[in-house]
Design a protein around this ligand. Sequence first.
Ligand SMILES: *Cc1c(COP(=O)(O)O)cnc(C)c1O
Length: 221
Amino acid sequence: MSVKENLIQLKNSLPAQVTLVAVSKTKPNAMITEAYEAGQRDFGENYVQELVDKQEQLPKDIHWHFIGHLQSNKVKYIAPFVYLIHGVDSAKLLQEINKQALKNNRTINCLLQIYIAQEETKFGFSFEECETFLRSDVFSQLKNIKILGFMAMASNTENEEQVRKEFRSLKQFAEKTSSLLHFPSSILSYGMSSDYKIAIEEGSTMIRIGSSIFGERSYSK
Ligand SMILES: *Cc1c(COP(=O)(O)O)cnc(C)c1O
């Protein structure tokens, strides 16, 4: 099936409250354009330089989501235009985003990444760290960022119950901390090609889908 067919089929299957972010990392502009022409406006990228290049070359009304691991020294390159930064995983990074947002005379929307998986390799705050941070003075002084919700990745496992349990734990945390955020009904960004159906059943409002739309990625080039 084509990108357009994949996209339309997926979109038609989603409940109205779920936003689809089409993850276009490693994929050429021609494929993004095909999705754009089918009506898609939210795209996700993982690498700063690739995102900057694509933003320059593609239509200006695209909402660019940064979903990868962001290094503090690279925030400045995406600060002028990024729509939502999903993977904010430290106070230091958030302070840098705030600084660059101020320089660009704007507010940058962010999601805090929470570590829910039973794996060593995933980034993010623990629930305790996150709640402590949301209650801290450091956080209350950052005026050029808006925390709209949370992002997470579940364990990469065939065990659906495990994945479900992890998503559910984040949903419960979000309910518990909703009064601490800058937005009343928080964005919950979880669910990828392999687990988005479970994610939606467990309260996701934003799914990040790459391979089911654009095909498998090859990292060889
Ligand atoms: C690559 C990536 C995705 C999309 O993964 P697919 O399995 O291709 O749908 C979603 N979220 C993050 C953080 C990613 O890095």
